[in-house]
Design a binder for this molecule. Structure first.
Ligand SMILES: [Zn+2]
Length: 308
């Protein structure tokens, strides 16, 4: 009997550490963004699609800011994302802070974005709050939650918050300043910080939820993503992650679990951690910290090759 018990326990432990335990989907906000420091918008889309293909990312989610659908090229870029099997969802039209608008105006902006997205294939009924801002008052937050429910829209929450947008901004600034950039070194830091963020929120989920939900990583449709999305996928796998589809991630029970707290700016796992008593000292992470990101680039010297 003891042997059978030991075998069952061993099987359970192997199962617990098996692939499927750490699962993560990649999501890209704000596209189709205008030209960047390295690529035109159209070049960025081509490169990002190639990177996702090379990285074996079967289905990412693109949360579209529809004010960027300003010309045929931009519209075509979203068709291209959908055409390669990625899914398209709503990130509002104007990309405003909910706490600076009425719930009615906010819902109207969501509706306008839905209308502009109608023509695309592979759409999903998901809405991602710009700036992850769900308002500063529970009445307004609840009014927008009700508006989403009326429209059959699910919150396109994130669980792994990152400031990839700040990394992109810092590197773009260095390029504009004429600095020599060690782009491979930038890529290594990009991957290292984002994988560390995934680990951070994975640990947070295990400690506060008692389980490992499918994670949803927040990224942006920016030049660094176009350069390094394949390296990121590979880096995540090296760290034991399975890169899953956005559909699989948003099928996790956490999708239906709405936090009570108004602390929404770091995503859903952090919101539950906040409710469990976690504060900045445990919630914060270098990949969600502008000064830490700058310090990491600075220490590696990757944005000032001439100084080496
Ligand atoms: Zn955004």
């Amino acid at each position: 009997m003891r042997l059978v018990f030991a075998l069952i326990m061993t099987a359970a432990l192997i199962g617990a550490a098996h692939a499927g335990d750490k699962r993560i989907a990649l999501t890209f906000d704000d596209g189709p963004k205008p030209d960047g420091a390295f690529f035109t918008g159209a070049e960025r889309t081509d490169r990002l699609l190639t990177a996702l293909r090379v990285g074996g990312v079967e289905q990412a989610a693109f949360f579209i800011t529809t004010k960027h659908l300003a010309d045929e090229t931009s519209i075509q870029r979203v068709r291209d994302y959908a055409g390669e099997g990625h899914v398209i969802a709503n990130h509002s039209d104007r990309h405003e802070w909910l706490n600076r608008m009425t719930a009615e105006a906010y819902a109207a902006d969501i509706d306008l974005a839905e209308k502009k997205l109608e023509e695309f294939e592979n759409r999903r009924p998901w809405f991602r709050f710009p700036f992850l801002n769900e308002g500063k008052a529970s009445e307004k937050r609840d009014a927008v939650r009700a508006a989403l429910a009326e429209r059959g829209l699910l919150s396109g929450y994130v669980t792994v918050d990152t400031y990839d947008w700040h990394m992109d901004r810092v590197v773009a600034k260095a390029k504009a300043g004429g600095h020599c950039i060690d782009i491979d070194g930038v890529g290594e830091i990009y991957v290292e910080m984002l994988v560390a963020a995934a680990e951070h929120f994975d640990q947070m989920a295990r400690e506060t939820l008692g389980r490992a939900p499918a994670q949803v990583m927040l990224l942006h449709e920016n030049d660094l993503a176009a350069m390094f999305a394949d390296d990121l996928a590979k880096g995540l796998r090296r760290a034991g992650w399975e890169v899953i589809t956005a559909d699989e991630a948003f099928a996790d029970p956490i999708a239906e679990a709405l936090p009570e707290t108004l602390f929404s700016g770091m995503g859903r796992v952090a919101a539950f951690a906040y409710e469990a008593g976690w504060r900045a000292d445990r919630l914060d992470h270098p990949a969600s910290d502008e000064a830490a990101i700058e310090a990491r680039f600075e220490a590696a010297g990757v944005l000032a090759c001439e100084a080496l």
